[in-house]
Write a protein that binds this ligand. Structure first.
Ligand code: DAH
Length: 343
């Protein structure tokens, strides 16, 4: 047995010296020491020749040697596979990374947020309401009863199951709902998506975005309306921008007006945006009609209010000279990325 023990010691030294830094060497090692015809196996075969009273002791030595040989294999396997992966990837951590394209907010979102921000500074809170609305909140409560001719300009999409439901044509439905709640005074803006039954072209779309505003309190006057909108325009388009109000008609306001601003593109000298007039229309407004207040349960002898409504696409067009409404929903990155740092 003495001879075998010496042999085992020699194998230990050989194992210690055996290079196992790559997969090929590792396999060579496995075959030589741990394989079916390997060293460990053949040493176990020696058991037969060991006298019975020494078998136990020899068994312990052999097991110890086997564990020793296996341990080297396991550790080497870890390192060899790792070095193989990094070699395969050929990874150089000092190389600059691939640039990641960071997206930007949609121009409609940017402009809408800017509008909200400006009115927020005047104390207007954001109010929200449903896009699928009933006839009352979108039309009738706002002095637009069935068969009123002004409904023609706001044809929309009706829901089959219930003809009383429709896709809202303006965010004025939120105004109706807020007035019905009766928490006075009211000072809100209503941003949101609205729908119209229009053939899609550069100037019309079946959906667009609005921000409407409503201020109701005792003693609210047209002067408040003018000053509020003038502040908005100066913040949105710059201090040089002037406004003008033209008498107009909306069933839900009396008096009603449309507001123009001096052309932001040509500064008034005349261009295609302002159709060579120097002015561009950006919103409708007026004093809330007393019967609209009454429809919503507000005493029109005690309260007055003003309201206004603007299209976010229109404001964006005037600010950035966008000449085709379809661009907003075509998802063309060449268009969208131009607004990343705008507003
Ligand atoms: N709702 C109108 C529209 O969609 C815009 C509007 C005009 C809203 C005057 C108002 C307003 O609140 O007072 O065309």
């Amino acid at each position: 047995m003495e001879g075998v023990l010496q042999q085992i010691e020699a194998y230990r030294s050989e194992i210690n010296a055996f290079p196992v830094t790559n997969a090929a060497q590792l396999e060579e090692y496995r075959i030589k020491f741990l394989g079916t015809k390997g060293v460990v196996k053949s040493l176990f075969g020696e058991m037969r020749n060991v006298p019975a009273d020494q078998k136990k002791e020899f068994g312990l030595v052999l097991n110890d040697f086997k564990q020793f040989a296996e341990a080297k294999y396991e550790t080497a396997k870890e390192t060899a596979t790792h070095s193989q992966t990094s070699a395969a990837n050929d990874m150089d951590l000092s190389l600059p990374g691939d640039p990641v394209q960071i997206g930007s907010r949609h121009p409609i979102t940017l402009v809408r947020n800017r509008i909200i921000d400006i009115f927020h500074r005047l104390g207007f809170a954001v109010a929200d309401g449903p896009e699928i609305e009933d006839d009352w909140h979108n039309f009738t409560a706002l002095n637009l009863p069935e068969n009123h001719p002004a409904r023609d300009m706001q044809d929309t999409f009706y829901i089959h199951q219930n003809p009383d439901w429709l896709l809202r044509t303006h965010t004025s439905n939120v105004q109706t709902r807020e007035m019905e709640k009766g928490n006075l005074p009211i000072r809100i803006i209503c941003p949101g998506r609205v729908y119209r039954n229009e053939t899609i072209s550069a100037r019309a779309h079946c959906f667009f975005h609005q921000v409407e505003g409503l201020y109701i309190d005792t003693d609210v006057s047209f002067a408040d309306l003018k000053q509020t909108l003038y502040f908005f325009v100066q913040e949105m388009f710059g201090k040089d921008t002037q406004v003008r109000f033209r008498p107009s008609y909306f069933p839900f306001t009396e008096p009603s007006a449309e507001m123009d601003v001096t052309c932001t593109i040509c500064g008034g000298s005349g261009c295609s945006l302002c159709k060579h007039t120097g002015w561009v229309e950006i919103l409708g407004c007026g004093m809330v009609h007393p019967s609209v207040l009454e429809n919503c349960g507000i005493d029109s002898n005690q309260y007055t209010g003003f309201a206004f409504g603007m299209g976010v696409e229109r404001i964006t067009q005037v600010k950035y000279n966008v000449n085709d409404l379809r661009l907003y929903s075509q998802n063309d990155i060449r268009f969208l990325k131009q607004f990343s740092s705008a507003v």
